[in-house]
Design a protein around this ligand. Structure first.
Ligand SMILES: [Zn+2]
Length: 119
């Protein structure tokens, strides 16, 4: 991959990281104001509506996933610095640009990624 191409991906990854960070911060703010303390001190609207507690749990899961994605984005930015971005970390094959468009932080080609998922 050329330096120019790397630069384009770097900018995309940085933009994606900014967006995710903003979303994670927003979600963390929401959960802090609505949840937090012990169950006896839950705001009445959460105590009354069981579904809100479920929503809260879902938000935490989402935050965890987004943190994972952020880690992968950071790893991708490191690979750009090293000049190995766009190469499969498993087999060294070039990751097709169509895959990078869908997942700019992909570290493996489709084959290796699905091999890994299958175990
Ligand atoms: Zn591979």
């Amino acid at each position: 991959m050329s330096q120019t191409e790397m630069q384009v991906w770097k900018e995309r990854l940085l933009a994606l990281r900014d967006r995710l960070r903003g979303e994670v911060r927003q979600m963390a703010d929401t959960t802090r104001t609505e949840g937090g303390g012990s169950s006896s001190r839950l705001p009445t609207h959460i105590a009354d509506l069981g579904t809100d507690a479920y929503d809260q749990e879902f938000t935490f899961q989402l935050m965890e996933n987004e943190q994972e994605v952020l880690d992968q984005i950071n790893a991708s930015l490191e690979r750009i610095e090293k000049g190995t971005y766009g190469q499969c970390e498993e087999c060294g094959a070039r990751i097709p640009s169509a895959r990078l468009v869908a997942i700019p932080y992909a570290s493996m080609c489709v084959k290796c990624a699905s091999d890994l998922e299958r175990g």
